[in-house]
Structure formats: structure tokens, C-alpha cells
Design a protein around this ligand. Structure first.
Ligand SMILES: *Cc1c(COP(=O)(O)O)cnc(C)c1O
Length: 361
């Protein structure tokens, strides 16, 4: 068995221990005589799986009692619609557009009300986070929306925006569980799990309970009402059972490895190895303003498209997978999520250093 170093932005690398455990339980989950894939979501066994997953997530993130945790389907994209449909009371929301995902969320929200773009970094290809200390927040805004870690561009909000008292909604798909978080600063935290937590197919929504309402527009689909999902504890219809089970295993793995503070420290160490190299390299350079750099997604370029392509091909042959940058940015991108071992980043930097020498730079 040869496992590669997988730098994919998502679906992405998962902890090897988790995969092995899941493999061992594949045919017979804890004496049930069946795989978790085969069992009823109404069974006692499965109820334990989903309840334990929620309890562990609550413990890891310190989620207060007045927040609901929902395990849903449909990806982050479905939330681009669900959020405005559920949260718009005045029909107004403010969006901070720091990348393609925030932009798509903003465009989707325009179907349901007035969605203001109150700040953007599109003028410089989303390579920085705009100053959000004094934005023109709409008096009627029902919420302010951010994409906290910009997967494609490699930027991260290290300071949350000043929302002037308005509720903050954050897409954390690509930084979920990468560091400790003060949940009480947010009204909604949500993300697809396929970046930093588990297999594609599960979307986690953490929402303050007072925002869960029943007085929504008639057109809102039953399944997209947070009320439906919250009342049924994510079991209104069939949830993504197997995916939730794997997420639960990752939560246990995180707990066993010191929780989110330890994860942040590991992630800082890994990112530093790569950023320090980029800052000293004569060939490669990072594309993001230093103070806004993500710990999870690290885009870089050589400045020569042919050389970039050569690097992607040669790195792949050497066992470093998925380093090609997003099609909208080009160059390279190394996603170094929680489950990427430090050795993977060290070996990547060694490889880049060799490549640089061979390129005569
Ligand atoms: C990948 C990604 C999305 C899109 O997620 P889907 O689950 O494919 O809908 C949205 N936001 C961010 C920040 C992402 O990284």
C-alpha cells in the first residue's frame, strides 16, 4: 500500500487512523453484524453514533447550550440559499466578498432579498482581506456574511469584521476545527465537511436557537427550514449516515490529539515551514498579503506558467498529489488541513528546494 501526500483542497486528506478504524468496522460495526452504511438511521445503534458525534463536536468547539448543531446534506452551496431564506426578516443582508465562495453566496442571496456587497477584495484577485473595522452596515441588515477562510485564494479573516451589533454568519468550510473558536461571536457557523473534517455529503450548521423560526415564506422548502431539521435533531429524513459516522471518528481523533488548541499549534508549525520557504525562495512566491495568510490553503507561483505546469507534473510523479492551483488562479496550491502530517509539508519543501536548484534559480 502506498499512500501519497494528498494536498487536495477538497475532498481532502483524512487521518489514517480514522480510515483504518472505519475499514476494520466495515463489515460488522461493533457487533451489530452490519456496516454503518447498511443500518437504519432510526436504530438505537445509529442514534448513539449521531448523538455521540454531536456531543464530541460540542465539547471540541465549546458550543453553548443556546446553539443548535445540525448535520445536513446539500453542501455549503445549499446553505447559500438556506441562510437568506431563514435569516432574512427585513429582507436585507450585508456580504463581504473575499473570494468566489463569498461571491456565490452573495449572488444567491439576491434571489431572496436585498444583498449588499459592503466590502470586496476582488480588485486584487482576492489576495487580501479588506479592512472591516468600519463598514457601511445597513441599519436593516438581518446579518453580515463572511467566508472566513478563502479556500481558493488562501486568505483568512484573522480579525472578525465589526458588524456593529448585527449577527455574523460565517462559511468555515475550509477552516472548520483548525483552531479554537468562540462560537458566541457568531449567529451561524457552517461548512461542508469535505475540506477539513470528513467525507463529502455532510454539511454542519451551528446556529443560535433564537434564529430558528417557523414564520418563513411559503416557498421555503420544508427541508431547508432550520426549524424542520432542529425539531427532528437532524433526523427528519435520512441524514448522510455514513459521513456523519466518519465525522464522529474525526472528532474522537481530534480529542485524542489534544483538541483544537493543539491542532492550531500543529497547523501553525506546518504552515510556517511552507511560508518561510516561500519567503526565502528565489523561484517560488506566495500570492497572498502576509498578514492575511491562511493556515489551511497555501497558493504559490513561480511566475512562469510553463514552469508551474512542470512543477505540478514532477511533484505528482514524486508522490505529491493535487498541487495544481484552482483553475481561476493558476499556479499551485497546497492544502495542508488538520490530517496532513508535518512530514508531508517538510518533504514538499525539500522537493521544492530541489526543483528550484534544478531550475537554476
Ligand atoms: C468548497 C467550498 C464551498 C462549496 O462547497 P460544496 O460543499 O461543494 O457546496 C463553499 N465554501 C467554501 C469556503 C469552500 O471551501
Amino acid at each position: 500500500m502506498a499512500r501519497v501526500y494528498n494536498f487536495s483542497a477538497g475532498p481532502a486528506v483524512l487521518p489514517e487512523e480514522v480510515l483504518k478504524e472505519a475499514a476494520a468496522e466495515m463489515l460488522d460495526y461493533q457487533g451489530s453484524g452490519m456496516s454503518v452504511m447498511e443500518m437504519s438511521h432510526r436504530s438505537k445503534v445509529y442514534d448513539d453514533i449521531i448523538k455521540t458525534a454531536e456531543a464530541d463536536l460540542r465539547e471540541l468547539m465549546g458550543i453553548p447550550e443556546n446553539y443548535e448543531v445540525l448535520f445536513l446534506q446539500g453542501g455549503a452551496w445549499t446553505q447559500f440559499s438556506a441562510i437568506p431564506m431563514n435569516l432574512m426578516k427585513n429582507g436585507v443582508a450585508d456580504y463581504i466578498v473575499t473570494g468566489q465562495w463569498a461571491k456565490k453566496a452573495w449572488q444567491e442571496a439576491q434571489k431572496y432579498g436585498k444583498a449588499n456587497k459592503i466590502a470586496s477584495s476582488e480588485d486584487e484577485t482576492f489576495s487580501y482581506i479588506p479592512d472591516c473595522s468600519d463598514l457601511p452596515i445597513d441599519d436593516d441588515a438581518d446579518y453580515v456574511y463572511i467566508c472566513e477562510n478563502n479556500t481558493i485564494y488562501g486568505t483568512k479573516f484573522w480579525t472578525l469584521p465589526n458588524t456593529k451589533g448585527k449577527d455574523l454568519v460565517a462559511d468555515v468550510s475550509s477552516c472548520f476545527l483548525s483552531e479554537p473558536v468562540d462560537v458566541s461571536k457568531y449567529a451561524v457557523i457552517y461548512g461542508g465537511v469535505q475540506k477539513n473534517i470528513g467525507p463529502a455529503g455532510v454539511t454542519i450548521v451551528i446556529i443560535r436557537k433564537d434564529l430558528i423560526r417557523d414564520d418563513l415564506a411559503d416557498y421555503v422548502p420544508t427541508l431547508l427550514k432550520y426549524k424542520t431539521q432542529a425539531d427532528a435533531q437532524s433526523l427528519f429524513n435520512t441524514p448522510p449516515c455514513y459521513g456523519i459516522y466518519i465525522c464522529g471518528k474525526v472528532f474522537k481523533w481530534l480529542k485524542a490529539n489534544g483538541g483544537l488548541s493543539a491542532m492550531k499549534q500543529r497547523n501553525e508549525e506546518k504552515a510556517k515551514i511552507l511560508y518561510d520557504f516561500l519567503d526565502s525562495s528565489s523561484l517560488f512566491k506566495g500570492t497572498v498579503r502576509k498578514e492575511d495568510r491562511s493556515l489551511m490553503n497555501v497558493p504559490f507561483i513561480t511566475g512562469d506558467a510553463d514552469l508551474d505546469a512542470k512543477f505540478v507534473a514532477e511533484s505528482k510523479a514524486a508522490g505529491f498529489e493535487n498541487l495544481k492551483g484552482h483553475r481561476s488562479v493558476g499556479g499551485m496550491r497546497a492544502s495542508i488541513y488538520n490530517a496532513m502530517p508535518k512530514a508531508g509539508v517538510e518533504k514538499l519543501v525539500d522537493f521544492m528546494s530541489e526543483f528550484e536548484k534544478k531550475a537554476g534559480k
